[in-house]
Design a protein around this ligand. Structure first.
Ligand code: ADP
Ligand code: MG
Length: 232
């Protein structure tokens, strides 16, 4: 059976211009990802993982290439539709959490839904459900500065989920966490993949996600050098 891919990238290229020098962040990668996959992006520091995730997230534009995600031709969208894509189609989790420091946990989680135009009451209820599911019910009114790393990352995951995106992108989400909290984050992403059908693309240079991933893409110097199925 031929299942159409949820992510279809063709010759994605990102050259950074630094003065007179060109640095190839991504040297032209072509791949497809099936819906429901859990893809772990591996590769040394500087291999292009963050560059690729930023393109998939619509946070950066390629020098060349095409990208379709969930039916959107991402880089032919106008600015308004690109904002909509970033809010509704992809949920992004970063290594450094990127929570807004002056908003509480609950406010941080609600914000993307309110910006997307959803009304407050159902948004708040949904945020409370996700935060409870993530074990954050006793931290709702804390500020990010009052949270542990694990709690901050679980807040960031709830924020990524609030608009129910079909795709979750995670850039070294365990990089600032101890082993136990890192494993917990991976288990959460694994459950979202298995039980909620989210397609997950997670960059890491560690082996932490190998047990839950269904596929491994290895990058070196901005190119895919290995592509393997994993048995979760
Ligand atoms: P990874 O996430 O795998 O560590 P990156 O995607 O961050 O790799 O970087 C890939 C390459 O692109 C590296 O050589 C890096 O130095 C370069 N690069 C990344 N971001 C920029 C930038 N904003 N300006 C110039 N070069 C960059
Ligand atoms: Mg990186």
């Amino acid at each position: 059976m031929d299942i159409s891919p949820i992510i279809d990238a063709e010759n994605l290229t990102r050259i950074y211009r630094l003065g007179a020098a060109d640095v190839a962040g991504l040297g032209g990668v072509t791949f497809r990802i099936a819906p429901g996959a859990f893809v772990v992006l591996k590769g040394n520091s500087g291999s292009g993982k963050s560059t690729l995730l930023a393109l998939l997230g619509g946070l950066d534009r390629p020098t060349q290439g095409r990208l379709r995600v969930a039916g959107f031709d991402v880089f032919s969208l106008n600015e308004k539709d690109l904002v909509r894509y970033r809010r509704r189609v992809v949920g992004i989790v970063f290594q450094s959490f990127n929570l807004l420091p002056t908003l509480t946990v609950l406010e941080n989680v609600c914000l993307p839904a309110l910006l997307a135009g959803f009304p407050l009451k159902p948004t708040r209820e949904k945020a409370l459900r996700w935060l409870e599911w993530l074990g954050m019910q006793d931290r709702l009114h804390h500020l990010p500065g009052e949270l542990s790393g694990g709690e901050a990352q679980r807040t960031a995951i709830a924020r990524a989920l609030i608009n129910e995106p079909p795709v979750i992108l995670a850039d070294e989400p365990t990089g600032n966490l101890d082993t136990r909290n890192g494993q917990r984050v991976v288990e959460i992403l694994g459950t979202l993949n298995r039980d909620y059908g989210c397609t997950v693309v997670m960059a890491t240079h560690a082996t932490v996600a190998d047990a839950v991933a269904t596929r491994q893409l290895c990058l070196r110097d901005g190119l895919i050098v290995d592509d393997q199925c994993l048995q979760p």
